[in-house]
Design a protein around this ligand. Sequence first.
Ligand code: PBG
Length: 331
Amino acid sequence: MFHLPIRPRRNRKSEGIRGLIRETSLSAANLIYPMFVQEGTENTPISSLPGCTRWSVAGLVEECRRLIDLGITTVDLFAVVPDDKKTPTADEAWNPDGIIPQAINALKNALPDITIMTDVALDPFNSDGHDGIVEFRPDGTYEILNDETIEILCRQALCHADAGADIISPSDMMDGRVAAIRATLDSEALDNVSILAYTAKYASALYGPFRGALESSPKTGDKKTYQMDPANIREALREADLDINEGADMLMVKPATLYLDVIAAMRAHCSLPIAAYHVSGEYLMLKSAAASGWIDERSATLETLLSIRRAGADMILTYAAPQAAQWLREQ
Ligand code: PBG
């Protein structure tokens, strides 16, 4: 026998002791489920995002009833917009009779306790597929207009808040939009509506399946003039300082697993609640590896979500939310 007075394995010797010293928890209350809603009565499974569906308003309500039973309190709504409603100025984004206000009304009527977050950005409504208004110049170059976009984002945020959204979640990465949205909401006595800012949203390769689900890919170029360079972390803290000063209630890092260092840095940097978005590509990497029999979906998914919590995220947006909540219940 070695003389080893210090043996860390003593703290791992039984499930009881492991439970006593466990540093991080994961529960359904930490999860937010991103959901897609479309006009009409069809619920359409999304082949590029297995397990996810483009819901009709009625289908959305029924699915949310199931989520609440699983302990998931909050959903994030994204609009599926038919091509003939997309315009260069994304006018449908703030239509009070549009699909998002309809969905909010129906959900709040049927399930008054549900927490509704809505995505604010122009891409599903913009015929150019960008998060902001695109100005094309005669010389063939183009620019995503910041301040003109913010005006429309404010109308969109107001439209969602008027319909009863609890949390407005701007995912566009325009400069100054949190302050502008806050001021707009406050001027309409909607000071109780929260803002979850996409603070450090990176120009990631992992959004492809989501853009397929919404048919919202940019028609020209990429999103690198507004989404962040994956090489940068100090810039994320600069964005955090801005969003805090502009009145954000919660900050987000997106994607999650490739950016755990950013989550941890932001956690150390400020006291606001932090969300992480486990995006479509990250979800599909797990799904496809599991479908091939290469990993165990359940343990790999729960380990992934736990790791995002360990890095410092309070809440996680994930397409795995219902399945994870079910697994956590069975544990
Ligand atoms: C766009 C938006 C995107 C996602 C959420 N909001 C895609 C993008 O920026 O192109 C991606 C989510 C995912 O991949 O799951 N405003």
